[in-house]
Design a protein around this ligand. Structure first.
Ligand SMILES: *[C@@H]1O[C@H](CO)[C@@H](O)[C@H](O)[C@H]1NC(C)=O
Ligand SMILES: *[C@@H]1O[C@H](CO)[C@@H](O)[C@H](O)[C@H]1NC(C)=O
Ligand SMILES: *[C@@H]1O[C@H](CO)[C@@H](O)[C@H](O)[C@H]1NC(C)=O
Ligand SMILES: *[C@@H]1O[C@H](CO)[C@@H](O)[C@H](O)[C@H]1NC(C)=O
Ligand SMILES: *[C@@H]1O[C@H](CO)[C@@H](O)[C@H](O)[C@H]1NC(C)=O
Ligand SMILES: *[C@@H]1O[C@H](CO)[C@@H](O)[C@H](O)[C@H]1NC(C)=O
Ligand SMILES: *[C@@H]1O[C@H](CO)[C@@H](O)[C@H](O)[C@H]1NC(C)=O
Ligand SMILES: *[C@@H]1O[C@H](CO)[C@@H](O)[C@H](O)[C@H]1NC(C)=O
Length: 511
């Protein structure tokens, strides 16, 4: 018997009846729920009522208990308890193990982003070998995403699979956008081309394999998707002009005013680029327009993930030609990142392959600050250390500091709203205890008393700036919650003395 979760549809089962009475989490996440934590911050308990949770996992509950028993500060314990299960508690909008399909929303927007899902589940990877139901869910996500990528490799966010019976979400921002090649808005929620979306799909697939040893997701559907990933890599690594000055465009994103924020210039192609060995992109991980096509952190992630793809295929003894192509591209991109984008030992954020670079960092992942998290280099790498110093300073146009909050933001919100995720990346990128604790408590202090991670937080608090008072954005942002919990689990293993009463490391899956 298959269990299908249909939220807000006419109830035909007990679970759905209960779900109908469940509050919308966008509202629930903005209200204080008791009991409050017993620490200085008195953080609320933000998990939905058990009957309203979208997926139950005993292994997840065990990790929460294990961490609660060890975390010295009750406020951090509460933050972990709220954030670690947030994706399973609130975003599994549909799951049918028999059909091997699922639909995972990003949080307060009713659509599935390729990048977000890969990250929303990253902190559960270590559980996949001990929790078969959770593994089945992740396999279903890989399968539905393989279908999306095989058909629309240039798109970033998707509608529910038809089998779910869920209505597509109306996206007014996509109505007047013209995408070439065209897309169907019953399948695609939004089609911004971002190379890290495809890296996210690869990361989810290979992580699932690494934890479970199960390669049964490698079906025709998945192979078709991987073929499309390489098609995009080949197309988007080419220069904008060929040797005879013919214009090269495989994908463009145009349309009429209103829907484009902002429009992609040069008829939807972005800034012209030369060949480097890196892969160009149009939009960044925040879905903002790139200035130059070669987004360095996204290429770093792509290189790392293609390396893992090679290893995985090699171990499974499948698809040797694709394995070889993955290895070649992984090395080519890695070399090009170092050759083209490092100037005076500092990484540029974007390059055009014609000698121009843009120095800044964006707040989410992949970012330059997150290069060690991505697995591209060591925390102590000289170029990383130098780049990091610059990112966390006035030299980064999107770094900002207030009395009680600071960090890296981006044009997605505005320069005075640093994102909590930037501090999570900063923690992953250092071994310095003082820097770690500083970032950790900036995060804990700045949840607006709501005990969840938000997209961005204003350095001006609730003061009105540019005509609006916006202390924070996105009350329900599942990826940010997952990333915070993933970081606390990393500290539990790497720096237990900072957060536990004793220095015994805790590893998920240990008894
Ligand atoms: C999770 O468990 C609760 C009972 O604790 C139940 O009411 C709810 O329906 C379950 N959710 C799912 C998706 O199975
Ligand atoms: C850790 O130690 C503090 C003070 O030494 C104590 O108050 C707290 O209960 C301990 N926490 C745990 C989880 O053992
Ligand atoms: C899809 O596009 C059509 C035509 O612009 C529009 O009428 C419809 O509402 C859109 N559907 C969704 C789900 O956005
Ligand atoms: C837009 O992309 C299509 C391929 O989908 C291509 O045929 C067309 O030439 C491109 N247009 C421009 C202006 O780049
Ligand atoms: C796996 O890698 C090894 C060493 O590079 C190579 O000899 C072997 O042919 C590869 N196997 C497959 C199936 O790609
Ligand atoms: C990077 O530079 C090295 C040494 O100069 C060169 O051998 C290699 O071909 C370059 N790679 C790329 C992708 O540009
Ligand atoms: C960086 O750290 C690694 C492992 O912790 C060590 O092996 C390496 O030598 C260090 N490199 C530098 C440049 O300090
Ligand atoms: C967090 O808030 C407390 C109390 O206001 C303050 O003492 C502490 O310095 C803050 N921590 C950071 C890292 O800002």
């Amino acid at each position: 018997m298959s269990y299908i979760w249909k939220w807000l549809t006419v109830a035909t089962s007990v679970a759905a009846v209960v779900a109908q009475d469940c509050p919308v989490y966008t509202e629930y996440s903005q209200e204080i729920h008791e009991p409050l934590s017993e620490g200085r911050l008195q953080l609320p308990y933000m998990r939905p009522d058990p009957a309203c949770r979208t997926f139950n996992s005993t292994s997840v509950e065990k990790v929460i208990e294990d961490m609660r028993a060890r975390l010295q500060d009750p406020d951090l314990a509460r933050l972990f308890e709220n954030t670690f299960p947030n994706t399973l508690d609130t975003t599994v909008k549909y799951f049918d193990p028999e059909q091997n399909l699922a639909f995972i929303i990003t949080g307060d927007i009713d659509a599935q982003w390729l990048r977000d899902t890969a990250n929303q589940f990253a902190h559960y990877h270590a559980l996949l070998s001990i929790d078969p139901e959770l593994a089945t869910l992740v396999k279903a996500i890989i399968n539905v995403e393989a279908r999306y990528v095989a058909e629309y490799p240039y798109c970033n966010a998707f509608q529910p699979p038809v089998e779910s019976g869920l209505e597509p979400t109306y996206n007014e921002w996509a109505l007047n956008v013209r995408v070439n090649p065209p897309v169907n808005n019953e399948t695609v929620f939004e089609c911004k081309y971002e190379i890290d979306s495809l890296s996210g799909f690869v990361k989810l697939s290979r992580s699932y394999y690494e934890e479970t040893g199960d390669d049964s997701f490698i079906n025709d559907n998945w192979i078709a998707a991987i073929d499309q990933v390489f098609r995009v890599i080949n197309e988007q690594s080419q220069a904008s002009f060929d040797d005879d000055y013919n214009w090269v465009s495989y994908f463009n994103w145009t349309g009429t005013a209103g829907a484009l924020s902002p429009r992609v210039f040069n008829h939807g192609n972005g800034e012209p680029k030369g060949y480097t060995g890196m892969v160009g992109t149009h939009h960044r991980p925040a879905d903002d327009l790139s200035v130059f096509a070669y987004l360095v952190p996204a290429n770093a992630m792509l290189s790392v993930e293609l390396g893992h793809l090679h290893e995985m295929l090699n171990k499974t003894n499948k698809l040797p030609e694709i394995a070889e192509e993955a290895r070649i591209w992984s090395e080519r991109i890695e070399q090009a990142v170092w050759n083209v984008s490092v100037i005076d030992d500092v990484f540029a954020f974007e390059s055009n392959g014609l000698g121009s670079h843009f120095f800044m960092d964006d707040a989410n992942v992949p970012s330059l600050l997150s290069l060690p998290y991505l697995g591209f280099l060591d925390r102590n790498d000289t170029a990383y250390v130098k780049t990091r110093q610059r990112i966390l300073s006035k030299q980064n146009p999107y770094y900002a500091e207030g009395e009680t909050w600071n960090g890296v933001g981006g044009p997605h919100v505005d320069p005075w709203h640093p994102w909590p995720m930037s501090h999570v990346s900063a923690i992953f990128g250092t071994d310095d205890d003082e820097a770690i604790l500083n970032s950790l408590y900036l995060l804990a202090n700045n949840t607006e008393g709501l005990g969840l991670m938000h997209e961005s937080v204003s350095i001006y608090g609730d003061k009105e700036v540019a005509g609006v008072s916006r202390p924070y954005t996105r009350p329900w942002f599942a990826w940010a919650n997952s990333y915070f919990a993933e970081m606390l689990l990393d500290l539990a293993e790497r720096k237990p003395h900072l957060i536990f009463n004793d220095s015994t490391p805790y590893r998920v899956g240990q008894d």
